[in-house]
Design a protein around this ligand. Structure first.
Ligand code: NAP
Length: 320
């Protein structure tokens, strides 16, 4: 390396990708978006030049604190509860969670696929086919069904808008009151039963916080329509599993589509694996599409560099 290129590198801003997997593809994407940055994939240490930006998934203990001169933590995921719970990110450092079109589109596809499959009895017909039974079921239209979406954020809102477009009676519940054309909106713990009462489909898109943990329990499931369908694409910690299984066993719920679990991978001895009314998938509802995520993160880094407000900073007091 020449002296000139050494000097140039010393003047560059630095970004560290603390990925547990192979970070090379991500690094290439960042180098394309931020050509004036030195993108590191090896842990920088005390005494090294400052590294103001770190990109993290689930960082190993000590990794974030060891980075010198850190100013901004960018998450590769929408859910950041693990970063708050681990205490790995010093209090004073802002954490930016991932919000991008790829996540919103992916989540809408997955939730709508599950909801429509249940609504049009496709799960039931697959079961009947396996038994060689030709048994037409009564079919309803979307406008004869009610859906309740918990969460009106980056993912809940677009999902609710899709339900409205398809004609479902749509209720949306969040911490604060939202306005979503065509949907009825509810806010706060007091209004949760009203938001969920009589719902044929309950969709969970809340963040996992102290307030939302274990929220989906026997009391909440009891207010749904008999034979309702539950879709969980948020976090396993929202659900009291024993209450969910009891509701499935009793027929209160006719089924559940679960993408997320308290322990992941879901242990093979977990009863959810074998439950005939459960459709499960391995946390794939809305995977991070790296090329889209990197564009969003790079744009946020540029905002930070220019002293503009950074988007999607986590409010630590709320936990999301
Ligand atoms: P978000 O943008 O932070 O939105 C959260 C929503 O939940 C907001 O509408 C918020 O209300 C509401 N909320 C928070 N606390 C509440 C409370 N105590 N009571 C009532 N409402 C409350 O989150 P997001 O990006 O949409 O993500 C939603 C979930 O999807 C997260 O759990 C995330 O981890 C999960 N996720 C899963 C996958 C997957 O592949 N399965 C992929 C990505 C994300 P306000 O609007 O009033 O603030």
């Amino acid at each position: 390396m020449t002296q000139a290129s050494r000097t140039m590198l010393a003047d560059m801003k630095r970004l560290f990708i603390a990925s547990r997997g192979n970070p090379e593809h991500l690094a290439q994407l960042f180098r394309a978006e931020l050509p004036d940055f030195d993108v590191l994939t090896e842990q920088p240490k005390d005494g090294d030049a400052d590294v103001p930006y770190i990109v993290v998934g689930r960082p190993l203990p000590g990794v974030v604190r060891a980075v010198p001169g850190l100013k901004l933590v960018l998450s590769l995921n929408a859910g950041i509860e693990h970063l708050l719970a681990s205490g790995e990110v010093p209090e004073e450092l802002p954490i930016v969670r991932l919000v991008d079109d790829g996540l919103a589109l992916g989540m809408a596809e997955w939730v709508l696929a599950q909801a429509l499959a249940w609504h049009r009895n496709l799960f039931l017909y697959a079961e009947l086919q396996s038994k060689g039974e030709w048994a037409p079921q009564p079919e309803k239209l979307a406008n004869e069904r009610k859906v309740t979406v918990l969460g009106a954020g980056a993912l809940g809102r677009p999902v609710a808008e899709h339900f409205v477009r398809l004609g479902f009676g749509t209720h949306v519940w969040a911490r604060s009151r939202h306005s979503i054309p065509g949907a009825s909106t509810f806010s706060g713990t007091d209004q949760l039963p009203e938001a969920a009462r009589g719902a044929d489909i309950l969709v969970n898109l809340l963040p996992l916080t102290a307030e939302t943990a274990d929220l989906i329990d026997a009391d909440l499931l009891a207010v749904l329509a008999d034979g309702a369908f539950f879709i969980n694409a948020a976090r396993g910690g929202h659900v009291v599993d024993a209450d969910l299984i009891a509701a499935l066993d009793s027929g209160k719920l006719s089924g559940a589509a679960l993408d997320v679990f308290r322990t992941e991978p879901l242990p093979i001895e977990d009863p959810l694996w074998q439950h005939p009314r459960v459709r499960l998938s391995p946390h794939v509802a809305a995977p991070t599409h790296q090329h889209m995520a990197v564009k969003e993160m790079a744009a946020n880094i540029r905002r930070f560099e220019q002293g503009e407000p950074v988007r999607n900073v986590v409010d630590r007091s709320l936990g999301y």
